[in-house]
Design a protein around this ligand. Structure first.
Ligand code: TYM
Length: 329
């Protein structure tokens, strides 16, 4: 084991939004000083629900570019596309055989994602086995994610423990690292639901590539209650609380400071300030993104990431193959 190893992933299954940034990507960028940092664009997870192939191809590069634009430095971290390293699928298969149907049945995200769908793939049900493989291949110690992924990281620990107790020490048990605030950014339309890439209502999420006009419009039209007070109360004022959370994270202020700043002021004024703050956050990120995409540098970063990640993961996969009893070539 080589000390601190950070691994996280993101699906290229839609438009990345400020929830992805505040809940996950920001932590990825901030934590790169020490140890090994690995970030993966999980295209194989994305096909667990129907995708248009051309859109998926473009979104995969878009998400990779946004991860770099958000501050993941290819000099300090590995960035690669999941399907470029076959070890992920191969370990995912092996782990399938050490996870029970009952355990998988308890995954709340599967329940949410399969609700009211005509077609639910086995891949969607089995998704956490592949996620566990992503993490366990690298002796990962920390998994920086938003709150919605906590249960999947717990399952990863679980399957690692089961494998270790049967075959001897093989996998490191990872811990989920979830930000104290920002771990669950809510929809601007329905602040009782999380902001989501797959939300059909595009007004619910501020995309990382949204134009300033769109950002302002979405935040100004965000659902708030009929009161006037700008106070942090998730139960009684979920819409205002969500905007306050976003504003406080973007500005680096505490919620108490935000309350003081807007004491006696109207929702309209607060929303204008929140919109300005988000536009200010996105502007430099979007500029970096455009430059990276036009320079052609992204493909090189991804090719290097795929090669290096395979060098790391393959040893682990071979150890697993040996332990479960496969004949080695
Ligand atoms: P995904 O692609 O849905 O989301 C990427 C990251 O963004 C976080 N996130 C949020 N955080 C705060 N508020 C929100 N509204 C919000 N929406 C999303 C997610 O928690 C996540 O950290 N299964 C994972 C991808 C994955 C992965 C992995 C993660 C695959 N393998 C291994 C970690 C380690 C997913 O679907 O994330």
């Amino acid at each position: 084991m080589i000390g601190r190893v950070v691994f996280s992933g993101i699906q290229p299954s839609g438009n990345l939004h400020i929830g992805n940034y505040l809940g996950a990507m920001r932590q990825w960028a901030a934590g790169q000083q020490a140890g090994l940092n690995i970030f993966c664009i999980v295209d194989m997870h994305a096909i667990t629900v129907p995708q248009d192939p051309n859109v998926l191809r473009e979104k995969t590069l878009e998400v990779a570019g946004l991860v770099v634009a958000a501050g993941v430095d290819p000099e300090k971290s590995l960035l690669f596309i999941q399907s470029h390293n076959p070890d992920h699928a191969n370990l995912g298969w092996a782990l399938n055989c050490f996870l029970s149907m009952g355990q998988m049945n308890r995954m709340t995200q599967f329940k949410e994602k399969s609700e009211k769908k005509d077609f639910v793939s086995v891949g969607l049900f089995d998704y956490p086995a592949l996620m566990a493989a992503d993490i366990l291949l690298y002796d990962t110690t920390e998994v920086p994610v938003g709150e919605d992924q906590r249960q999947h990281v717990e399952l990863t620990r679980n399957v690692a423990e089961r494998f270790n107790s049967r075959f001897g020490e093989t996998f490191v048990l990872p811990v989920p690292v979830i930000p104290k605030s920002g771990g669950r950014v809510m929809s601007l339309v329905d602040p009782t639901k999380k902001m989501s890439k797959s939300d059909a209502d595009l007004m619910g999420a501020v995309g990382l590539l949204d134009e300033p006009d769109a950002v302002v419009k979405k935040i100004k039209l965000a659902t708030t209650d009929s009161g006037t007070e700008i106070r942090y109360d998730v139960k009684k004022k979920p819409g205002v609380a969500n905007l306050m959370g976003i504003y406080s994270l973007v500005k680096g202020k505490s919620l108490a400071e935000v309350e003081v700043e807007f004491q006696g002021r109207q929702y309209g004024e607060f929303k204008t300030a929140a919109a300005d703050a988000v536009v200010g956050l996105l502007k430099p990120l979007q500029a970096r993104y455009k430059e990276l995409r036009s320079s052609g540098g992204l493909e090189k970063i991804l090719a290097n990431g795929a090669k290096k990640s395979y060098e790391l993961s393959h040893k682990k996969l071979m150890e697993v193959y040996e332990k479960v009893g496969f004949v080695r070539q």
